[in-house]
Design a binder for this molecule. Structure first.
Ligand code: TPS
Length: 211
């Protein structure tokens, strides 16, 4: 397993509902452009379910394996176990984090946090990394909280915590650097790549922006 900080720099998240083009093509292009991690998040309106969802997950996982990119599953703990995914990412209202930590020893475990207090609890619960956001306004997650800018990341770092952080929410090539400068190990994003007509070049531009 790669050290967690190595997989965080350009963390791409996507489900079929987020894609302008074919999801498998989109992921392959994103990998070629230099993403460092992938999270499968099939959620919301137009999301696939059941066998169709699982078939897509397996296809995407195979692409990740081919290129040695960690394959993380959002929220669906049962699917993560069934597919032996490399990790799981959960939100504050999903499966209790202590259960996830217990069942996924040796896998990457991520948790979404919105505040310094939630970050402190996440570190106590021994999650491997936190997704802090939304940093900027996002139209991708329908129930997203209010954008906080990079303030929460700065507060977490000011408090002395060293837990690995990815910023998320409305991140693009123009604002990615500000997230890194605030103290994050990486940026996590959906639409900046999933809605691109050239996901490879979008990923490349993002990589350059965070160097
Ligand atoms: C690593 N989350 C917060 S904002 C957002 C999502 C999915 C939408 C971003 O879309 N951190 C991690 N994974 C998660 N699933 C979340 C947080 C939750 P866009 O980049 O299009 O604004």
């Amino acid at each position: 397993m790669k050290p967690v900080t190595e997989i965080l720099p350009l963390y791409f998240i996507m489900g079929s509902q987020d894609c302008t083009h074919d999801p498998i093509w989109t992921l392959e292009e994103a990998i070629k452009g230099g993403i460092t991690c992938f999270q499968f998040r099939e959620k919301g309106e137009h999301a696939l379910a059941g066998e169709e969802m699982e078939a897509l997950a397996r296809e995407l996982q195979a692409r990740c394996k081919e290129y040695n990119i960690p394959f993380i599953i959002n929220d669906d703990v049962a699917l993560a176990q069934k597919l032996d995914a490399d990790g799981v990412h959960v939100g504050q209202d999903d499966t209790p984090i202590s259960d996830v930590v217990h069942h996924f020893q040796g896998k990457y475990i991520g948790l979404s946090v919105h505040t310094l207090e939630e970050a402190i609890r996440a570190a106590q619960d021994q999650v491997d990394y936190i997704g802090v956001g939304p940093i900027f306004d996002t139209s991708t997650k329908k129930d997203a909280k209010k954008a906080s800018g990079v303030t929460t990341i700065q507060q977490i770092r000011k408090s002395g915590m060293t837990i690995p952080i990815v910023g998320i929410g409305g991140i693009n090539a123009d604002n990615a650097k500000s997230v890194m400068d605030a103290g994050a190990e990486g940026v996590s994003l959906i639409s900046a790549i999933s809605q691109s007509n050239d996901p490879s070049s979008s990923a490349k531009t993002l990589r350059a922006a965070i160097q």
